[in-house]
Design a protein around this ligand. Structure first.
Ligand code: ZN
Length: 104
């Protein structure tokens, strides 16, 4: 895979993640049920959605960072030891910033 393909994959994933963040954002701003009996469920759902939203935001940040590295020509280089990150590792985890040895 060349970096153009990786960038295209990352942008597609970013669009998905952003859509999901927008969906969760709408879900978390809904009002609680009028009945107290239902509010515990509402709050539980809210907590789950917010947890998911944080995960998605974190993923979006990693994708944006990877796209920035592609732009700067630093993509695929380990941030710790400066060696090339194995293509198989990048294929499995396109946002990886460290080689398998340094990440272990
Ligand atoms: Zn390394």
């Amino acid at each position: 895979m060349n970096t153009d393909q990786i960038a295209a994959t990352l942008r597609a994933r970013l669009a998905e993640v952003q859509a999901e963040i927008a969906r969760l954002e709408t879900a978390t701003t809904q009002e609680l049920s009028p009945k107290f009996a239902d509010q515990a469920n509402d709050l539980e759902e809210l907590a789950t959605n917010e947890g998911l939203e944080v995960q998605h935001i974190h993923e979006a940040e990693q994708i944006l960072a990877a796209l920035a590295r592609i732009e700067k020509g630093e993509y695929g280089v380990c941030a710790e030891c400066g060696e090339d990150i194995a293509p198989a590792r990048l294929a499995a985890l396109p946002t990886a910033t460290r080689c398998i040895k340094c990440a272990a």
